[in-house]
Design a protein around this ligand. Structure first.
Ligand code: SF4
Length: 285
């Protein structure tokens, strides 16, 4: 006979009251982020290699500033010698305050370039009614980054996406695109001309927020009409994960672990189960 589970057993379990965490110093947070990049290097040893010239993409957001700090810090300590060049691209959205970004880059002493591409107007002109600019905007940005990396002689393009970005993208693709895919920490472009890396792939956004609170980076909004709108799919997923996290604070940790623990035979993609590798033509950076 079927055993009925009492409703009370399905209610969220009360969590033990957590002691308020001690605020961490920027050195401690930087050490933690370096450790996470080291862990990622364990999985992807070619992420940063001897002789690399890495183009570090600086958007003016907290994540890209933190990525630059981590890469600069690692550069000082690592036996692997690599060069860094920070790059900011002004896409032409009104109000994008690039002088603040430039002042910060100047202060770090890193080699940098401020690039103006002004494709925002073209993107807006191509939009169909009701369409959001993100897909087109990302496509343009990818083209600009790939060409620029070649022009600057860069072997890698570093993007500041973090663990929460990877998890959210996984869910967005699952819910809205019919694809089981996230953003890889290391990706070679289809034509083999470029390599994209995401050194912060194992760093949680909470750590980056905490770090930014101490470092007080000059965070600059890109000025585009879509950025951070509550109706944006990413914001919807952020809210969903936030509410699930209230019942199980480990939920994102499990999801990140799942990204590193794929069981292709237990999915339903015939091309993977036959060949052991997915023949993908629609990859995104
Ligand atoms: S949020 Fe703005 S800058 Fe980002 S992809 Fe969308 S349109 Fe482009």
């Amino acid at each position: 006979m079927e055993t009925l589970v009492p409703l009370s057993a399905l209610a969220p379990r009360p969590r033990p009251s957590a002691k308020p965490a001690e605020p961490r110093s920027s050195e401690k947070l930087l050490r933690l982020m370096r450790k996470k990049v080291g862990q990622l290097l364990g999985d992807f040893p070619t992420l940063i290699e001897e002789g690399d010239r890495i183009m570090v993409c600086i958007s003016g957001g907290k994540d890209s500033y933190a990525m630059l700090d981590v890469l600069l810090e690692m550069q000082k300590r690592s036996p692997v010698k690599y060069e860094l060049i920070a790059v900011n691209i002004d896409q032409g959205w009104p109000g994008y305050d690039t002088p603040q970004i430039e002042a910060h880059l100047k202060g770090t002493g890193v080699e940098y370039r401020m690039i103006t591409e002004d494709y925002a107007e073209i993107v807006e002109g191509m939009l169909k009614p009701g369409q959001t600019p993100c897909t087109l905007c990302s496509r343009f940005r990818r083209g600009v980054l790939y060409n620029l990396a070649e022009k600057l002689g860069c072997s890698k393009i570093a993007l500041g996406h973090h663990a929460d970005d990877l998890i959210e993208t996984l869910i967005m693709n699952l819910f809205y695109s019919g694809r089981l895919a996230s953003m890889p920490p290391l990706l070679h472009s289809d034509d083999g001309r470029n390599t994209v890396i995401r050194p912060l792939a194992l760093v949680s956004e909470a750590v980056l927020i905490e770090y930014n609170e101490i470092r007080k980076f000059p965070v600059v909004r890109c000025g585009c009409p879509s950025c951070g709108l509550p109706a944006q799919k990413r914001q919807v997923i952020k809210r969903l994960l936030g509410s699930l996290e209230k019942d199980d604070p480990q939920i994102k940790t499990h999801m990140l672990a799942a990204l590193r623990n794929v069981v292709p035979d237990h999915l339903m993609d015939a091309s993977i189960t036959r060949n052991g590798a997915k023949d993908s033509t629609s990859r995104s950076i």
